[in-house]
Design a protein around this ligand. Structure first.
Ligand code: NAP
Length: 246
């Protein structure tokens, strides 16, 4: 059994999650690349990291499915010995007038973005509590802080993640576990593929730092919150948004 730290990154097949996985691998972690539907890109990422000598395992699990999540955590502990860091990054977006959000869309967003975090936290916590150490970093959103017109379900799910983070931080702090949030602003990933260049420009022009954020900027902050340098930080939400939420 290896003596390195292990991180599970949910939704690591692309975008922010893939970059977090790469960053932790480069820092010497065993990395579990969780994915749901994008098997090809997850397996390509696994291959490319493994061929550079990094310790990685891709694992398919829908974060909304408790059994699949539990199995992923069991396999991680079997292969790597423990779960030291959990990054709850998997998420989906949705837009629409509030009066037109269907019950299906509401349930789907809350299931992935909020219940997914619940499932993954519940699955890793027995191991972390036994080890009396652990770091959980949840990816919320600027919209979870400010609210968002025409994205009420998304904003509500991400505000829920902030509430869950604070509550869990209080509950598991005595067990040596910290729980924090990162709230990204507009980051250049497929999630924003629906925005035109004009939309992006209008948004970023209004920011103190007038550009989109990068996935690496999010990965570095997540890594910091997972590190010993952040041992006294818990229950916090770190906005990485070019000043959007000032
Ligand atoms: P993305 O490129 O669309 O990637 C989303 C990831 O989530 C994919 O790897 C996807 O995996 C995974 N995922 C979705 N549903 C899942 C499920 N049921 N089970 C497991 N994995 C699932 O999005 P992104 O921009 O990187 O976003 C990552 C996180 O940052 C999300 O939580 C998002 O809300 C948050 N965020 C993003 C921005 C932004 O501007 N991009 C801003 C604020 C917050 P599969 O494709 O394999 O299903």
């Amino acid at each position: 059994m290896e003596n390195k730290k292990t991180v599970i990154v949910t939704g690591a097949s692309k975008g922010i999650g893939a970059n977090i996985a790469i960053y932790f691998a480069e820092k010497g972690y065993n990395v579990v690349i969780n994915y749901n539907s994008s098997a090809e890109s997850a397996l390509l990422l696994q291959q490319s990291l493994a061929s550079n000598g990094y310790s990685v395992m891709a694992h398919k699990a829908n974060v909304t499915n408790k059994l699949e999540v539990d199995l992923m955590v069991k396999e991680t502990i079997y292969k790597f010995g423990s779960v030291d860091v959990l990054v709850n990054n998997a998420g989906i977006a949705g837009q629409g007038l509030f009066t037109e959000i269907s019950e299906f869309d509401w349930n789907n967003i809350i299931d992935v973005n909020l219940k997914g975090v619940f499932n993954c936290c519940q699955a890793v916590l027995p191991n972390m509590i036994e080890n009396k150490s652990g770091k959980i970093i949840n990816i919320s959103s600027m919209w979870g802080i400010t609210g968002a017109a025409c994205e009420a379900h998304y904003a509500a799910s991400k505000a829920g993640v902030i509430g869950l983070t604070k509550s869990l931080a209080k509950e598991v702090g005595p067990s040596g576990i910290t729980v924090n949030c990162v709230a990204p602003g507009l980051i250049d990933t497929q999630m924003n593929a629906n925005l035109s260049d004009e939309d992006k420009k209008a948004f970023t022009d209004a920011l103190p730092i007038s550009r989109m954020g990068t996935t690496t900027e999010i990965a570095k902050a997540v890594y910091y919150l997972a590190s010993e340098d952040a041992d006294y930080i818990t229950g916090q939400t770190l906005a990485i948004d070019g000043g959007m939420t000032i």
